[in-house]
Design a protein around this ligand. Structure first.
Ligand code: NAP
Length: 343
């Protein structure tokens, strides 16, 4: 930990006091380079956070000092022309020269007392000032990422959803979001049985399936929990050594089912061509979230339609960053590590 100059609100920017930020389970591997993230140095790292607006640039009109905001680290070059570059501020880029220019300007992230984000990355949380349990708010980011995937897959009430990697943080969030959005059945997969059991306590619609790593066996176990295959797969699994867990779930989709890939698998996926063609499956990706999704999950939480009380926040101050990373590595499902720089 070190002192750096306070950020200033550059044009188009908003400075926030960072209130709380999730420490992902794989933070150490991001920072030591083993995941190959595109990190310019020196850098204040840190992903999407919750903050309170401290100052705004003179050309920013949509945010006011004191607003409680979700600061999405996703920043896009804009898609007016061609395919945009999308960076995660303080986390990774895409490796292109334009991405490097974007990172040079919007460089630093949220593992700090203050941070500066482009105004377009911020979503104001209406009524957020009355929310007492700040340590639960970073879970909104996980909910928005997972819910963005469910939206991409066109989830409708009454459908069956497989959440692959449900024992992870995005998986716990995806399970809660699918329940709140009216899924009739949520089949949750993972290897940690205790974490799966905790998810099953949420609602009788949740059906746990312990993954064995054997594709055919896992598919059979998943199919046994559906009528004739699942409508939607939300794949939020981590960096698995093989793609078999994901493929087992694709094999368990019903006719015209959709697989949404959100997770951290680093290998190429050998897609079952004939099965996709004959069963008219859709395979798509989803990355981060937009402001509309963030607002929707916030309203679900604020109204009580999505109850955050089963979520367990393990809070650390900035001076205990190492302990926060260590804790994040071992926590599962609805338990997560939160850095609160002003704690
Ligand atoms: N698309 C996006 O916008 C986006 C945003 C953020 C993160 N991500 C990616 O999403 C992934 C999940 O994030 P997270 O924070 O939820 O991570 P996490 O908490 O570490 O969860 C990882 C999940 O993967 C499972 N898993 C890991 N290795 C496995 C293996 N060998 N076989 C079977 N299951 C395995 C874990 O299950 P068990 O522990 O039960 O084994 C757990 O359910 C990350 O890798 C990240 O890169 C994507």
């Amino acid at each position: 930990m070190t002192d750096v100059p306070d950020p200033v609100a550059r044009p188009g920017g908003v400075v926030v006091d960072v209130l709380a930020v999730r420490v992902p389970s794989y933070t150490r591997q991001v920072l030591d380079g083993s995941l190959g993230y595109d990190l310019p140095t020196p850098l204040v790292p840190g992903p999407t956070c919750v903050g309170r607006v401290r100052g705004v640039a003179e050309d920013v009109f949509g945010h006011q000092v004191g607003d409680l905001v979700l600061c999405n680290s996703l920043y896009s070059s804009g898609d007016a022309v061609g395919s945009p570059d999308e960076i995660l501020i303080g986390w990774t880029g895409t490796g292109t020269p334009r991405s490097a220019r974007m990172q040079a300007v919007w460089r630093h992230g949220s593992f700090a007392e203050q941070a500066c984000y482009p105004a377009s990355c911020l979503t104001t949380l209406p009524g957020g000032q009355e929310w007492k349990r700040t340590e639960l708010l970073p879970f909104l980011a996980s909910l928005a990422i997972a819910d963005g995937g469910l939206r991409k897959g066109g989830l409708r009430g009454g459908q069956s959803v497989i959440v692959n990697g449900a024992t992870g943080n995005l998986g716990g969030a995806g399970t809660m979001a699918a329940l709140a959005r009216g899924a009739a059945r949520v089949i949750v997969t993972g290897r940690r049985e205790s974490a799966l059991s905790a998810l099953a306590q949420l609602d009788p619609r949740v059906r746990p399936v312990v993954l064995t790593g054997d594709r055919a066996r896992d598919t059979a176990a998943l199919l046994a929990e559906t009528d004739d295959g699942a409508d939607l797969l939300l794949d939020v699994i981590g960096a698995t050594p093989t793609t078999d867990p994901t493929l087992a779930c694709v094999d368990a989709l019903r006719l015209r089912g959709t697989a949404v890939l959100v997770g951290g698998v680093r290998h190429d996926l050998a897609l079952p061509y004939q099965r996709i063609q004959r069963r008219q499956l859709t395979v798509t990706g989803s990355f981060m979230f937009d402001s509309r999704t963030a607002l929707e999950v916030w309203e679900l939480v604020r109204s009580g339609a999505l109850d955050l009380s089963p979520v367990g926040a393990h809070v650390f101050g900035l001076d205990r960053f190492e302990a926060a990373m260590e804790s994040a590595e071992s926590l599962a499902g609805l338990d997560y590590a939160v850095l609160m720089p002003r704690w």
